[in-house]
Design a binder for this molecule. Structure first.
Ligand SMILES: CC(C)(COP(=O)(O)OP(=O)(O)OC[C@H]1O[C@@H](n2cnc3c(N)ncnc32)[C@H](O)[C@@H]1OP(=O)(O)O)[C@@H](O)C(=O)NCCC(=O)NCCS
Length: 420
């Protein structure tokens, strides 16, 4: 049988036909080393020791061992697990990997939704080698790996069986490119927004200007986000000419302003633009978002990357999440962790904003009938109250420049006192 036909047969039998498009181009690369019945990362001793080394508890280790038995009993699943191992370990060169988003098999069985967990554990020896090469403290490694059990438990909470479906996300941890530093997680990437951040050379004030030719609603959100279009939408400008920069700023609460500003190009320098290296930060669901912990985490990251990855010359901490929607300030008390957190950042509307992440993270998914939505926390009550007034929750971008780090002081709100 030709390679392609063989792959299609195997994937079909596992209920993984959806993976065929991404895997067709590199399936052959993983065929050479495949040795059925002899995959080291399915061996109980290896798995038990690796789980222990990563700090996983017994319940998690048992589930991962259960998944390994399921794979060992099915040669097709072994081939799939081996392929994913090759994607993760670099046997398939990174430029040939379309994505680490792997669909889950539809075959019956207690642990079939967990088949990628042993694959991630299989990447542990190589990942820890990379960590040690960079002199990364052991507790940071352990903390970083703790996201796998967290997502396994999340899957079980939602679906009632063990599973792990955040493979694209966990691929970052198990390729050694993401770290949990205290409360938050970090990885480097290019700044993807069209916006530019500028700093006044004299006062230090930061201003974020929208890109040129983008369409915004009267409320300062990108037109069309959340499916809402505004007949009164306006178009942003950005130009540098004759020593003058003209643009539409975002307020630190995230709304794009229709009124343009003109800045003296000699006084203002661009400190962040599309493509610049930034540290993306993420908020795992591992307990409350205590403000002090978040500040400490950003300080940790500001020291960690220059020390362990000096080649990553990042310009800013950047994130995007439902947690940065400044509308929370109008609906939650000021002592709410979410409110205290978002007030620390320079926020900016996101062109891909929608309320789906909000509903996913707060109600576990889309809510068809607001009157039936659970109302057992102030956030859930706020969620419904805004929607009933005709509002929509958003995904919002957040920026913090390491040179401004003074956590707890809401530095960007202070720079723009009119918005505070
Ligand atoms: C981020 C997170 C830790 C914040 O929780 P927190 O520290 O309790 O936040 P707050 O203090 O602002 O909470 C305010 C209220 O909302 C509740 N709340 C917080 N997050 C909630 C959630 N995801 N679902 C339902 N209620 C929630 C709190 O219990 C509290 O309720 P109360 O006032 O009735 O006692 C929490 O929402 C979480 O774990 N989210 C999942 C992770 C996530 O979404 N990451 C971002 C992915 S991009």
């Amino acid at each position: 049988m030709g390679e392609d036909m063989e792959m299609i047969k195997i994937l079909g039998e596992c209920g993984l036909a959806d993976a065929a498009r991404d895997w067709a181009q590199n399936w052959q690369l993983s065929s050479t080393g495949f040795n059925p019945g002899k995959l080291y990362f399915l061996e109980p001793t290896f798995l038990r020791e690796s789980c222990e080394a990563m700090g996983f508890d017994e319940e998690i280790a048992d589930a991962i061992l259960g998944a390994a038995v399921t794979i060992r009993n099915d040669e097709n699943l072994q081939r799939v697990a081996w392929h994913c191992h090759c994607l993760l370990s670099g046997v398939v060169p990174p430029e040939k990997v379309a994505s680490f988003k792997w669909p889950l098999p539809t075959v019956e069985g207690e642990f079939t939704k967990l088949i990628y967990a042993p694959v991630f554990v299989g990447a542990y020896p190589e990942t820890i080698r990379k960590h040690r090469e960079r002199d990364i403290p052991a507790e940071i490694s352990t903390d970083t790996f703790s996201d796998l059990p967290l997502w396994m438990r999340h899957y079980r909470g939602v679906h009632g069986v063990w599973g792990v479906d955040q493979t694209a996300w966990l691929g970052n941890h198990f390729r050694g490119r993401l770290f949990k530093l205290g409360r938050l997680q970090y990885e480097s990437h290019g700044f993807g927004h069209e916006s530019r951040a500028l700093r006044n050379r004299v006062t230090g004030k930061v201003l974020v200007l929208a890109g040129d030719g983008l369409c915004f609603r009267s409320d300062g959100e990108y037109d069309g986000t959340n499916g809402v279009f505004d007949p009164d939408a306006w178009t942003s400008v950005f130009s540098v000419s004759g020593g003058v920069i003209t643009g539409n700023p975002f307020s630190p609460r995230g709304a794009a302003q229709r009124e343009t500003v003109t800045l003296d190009a000699g006084e203002w320098e661009v400190i962040l633009q599309k493509g610049d290296t930034v540290l993306g930060f993420h908020i795992p669901a591992c307990g409350p978002l205590l403000s002090e912990d978040c500040g400490k985490s950003l300080e940790m990251a500001a020291a960690f990357f220059p020390r362990h990855f000096p080649e990553i010359e990042f310009k800013a901490f950047v994130s995007g999440s439902w947690l940065f929607d400044a509308q929370f300030e109008d609906y939650l008390p000021p002592e709410s962790n979410i409110v205290k957190f978002l007030r620390e950042f320079y926020l900016m509307a996101s062109p891909h904003s929608s309320d789906s992440q909000f509903f996913e993270r707060v109600f576990g998914g889309h809510v068809a009938d607001l009157d039936q939505a659970p109302q057992d926390s102030s956030l859930r009550r706020a969620g419904v109250a805004l929607m009933k007034k005709g509002g929509r929750w958003r995904n919002v971008g957040a920026l913090y420049f390491p040179e401004d780090l003074d956590w707890g002081k809401q530095v960007y709100r202070r720079m723009h006192t009119v918005d505070a």
